[in-house]
Write a protein that binds this ligand. Sequence first.
Ligand code: FMN
Length: 565
Amino acid sequence: MLAEHKQQLLAELVTGAGKEELIWINGYLAALINGAEVRVETVSHTSAKKKITLVYGTETGNSKRMATELAAKAKKQQLQVKLASLDQYRLTDLTREENLFVVISTQGDGEPPVAAQKFYDHIHRNGFRLDQVKYSVLALGDSSYPLFCKTGEEVDAQLEKLGGSRLVPMRKCDVDYEQDAAAWFAEVLHSVQTAGTTIPAGVTLAASTITKSNKKIYNATVAGNQLLNDRGSEKAIYHIELLADEVDYLPGDSVGIVPENDTQLVEQIIKLSGTDPQQQVLHKNESFAIETVLKKKLAITHLHERVVKKYAVIVEQEIPEQKMDLAQLLQLYPLKQTAQFEEVVGILPAQSPRIYTIASSPTAHAGEIHLTVEQDQFTVNGKQQTGLCSGYLAGINAEQPLDFFVQKNKRFRLPAADTDVLMIAKGTGIAAFRSFLAERDATGATGSNWLFFGEDNFTTDFLYQTELQDWYQTGVLNGISLAFSKNQPQPFQVQDKLRAHGKDVYAWITKGAHIYVCGEKSPMSEAVEKVLQEVIAQYGHLSAQEAASFFEKMKEEGRYSKDVY
Ligand SMILES: Cc1cc2nc3c(=O)[nH]c(=O)nc-3n(C[C@H](O)[C@H](O)[C@H](O)COP(=O)(O)O)c2cc1C
């Protein structure tokens, strides 16, 4: 099988290699076997950044302030940090954590802060183990209370009971907590940096390959998929969370996803063609089983007239030039012989990726990518149809694999931390601003943030309502202006709200705010631009032409950006 000298080389390579190195080699070989062009990167997984998760439970903000400062310190030490409030933290992640650090205060009569109650109850419910988790607790309190730091003590004891390994002892802090917190964290960082990286059972390192088009493909796993609309909504918008390590992106970027075709449809096509599903075919100079190429690589529905015409030539039949599905073609105009199917596969266009704006922040949601995906519904010849990719994503479940690449958007970037930001979104356009706000919250950006958000109905379509309200309450959002276009008796569009707040909007503009628009291109973004110019004219006492030049200048200076579709 393998020449002797190669066997020797292989033995040398694997002798003494650690588990992580072996996994990396395994992934490298698997990618080669699958035919991907693999580029060996200088930063391999063996030198991958160590990951820590810092969660905080706060009532009056002290624990959050501390955790945010500590997260910044950890990042300076090249650690990959996930920072989250305990009410935002996904409890199902707990068993997967490598290094978990909890900053938590005690409230009431020795009780957890309200935002930490769910976490507190969850860890006291048992039923799961944290054998792979290294942890430590920073307990904030006030020694004038009889139950000093009781919640921190309970959390510390409970994490140990569940099997977690205490990396450094819990530290209790009194009202002047800064020095104690810094000392605790210095110990934490030292222990994390000096400890070997362990790989929790059942967790594999997310692999990645470089495609021929030089796009890095990340092989993610779905962590969750949740419908954001309430019952009665005319829409179906999903919040999808993916687990993927060290994704290189910034707020404002998008991901590209190539949808998979429906398995039953692929089976039907194979049956109609009479082909062996395992027969190998060439696609872009790589060999795949026909079944795989039909499922993952090629478009098989709504085929362009051009493709239908080529099909007609292969089967030597007259076919009306109109968009058709491959299954329809095979049914109505069957192949003369099975061997023709390879030719048919050759005329099918490659499946094109669909682009979705990222809804997560690299700082607040390290190791994760979040998407806000609306299921596309439309009718063709009187039949209700669902968009291929959005339909595929709507039905995707936790644990399923999903590949994506990052589509950079250099023209849609957050400004300096102290610059004010005015965001205008409709529908799924909120994705970009969830990313912006989470990033600004996690990095402690000092600039003000004002969100205009438009959707159909307040009761069913207020996407990310709890998070947005939380950000408003904690001062991350300084303004939130909502416009529900189907609310009776007072329907509003975002541009109406913009006009109604014209005076303040203009004041923000003159103070140097950057304006961003995300979501529907037409009519929303056009109407917004029109109203912005009206506002500039009215409150800046300018003619329409002068206001238009003012607006153009804002664009040139990078103070007005849009991501519309
Ligand atoms: C209403 C109230 C009740 C409190 N109860 C306790 C307590 O029982 N034990 C304790 O150690 N500290 C107690 N504290 C003190 C807080 O834990 C302390 O101020 C802490 O720094 C608050 O952190 P946070 O802003 O992150 O919530 C209490 C504070 C308040 C305002």
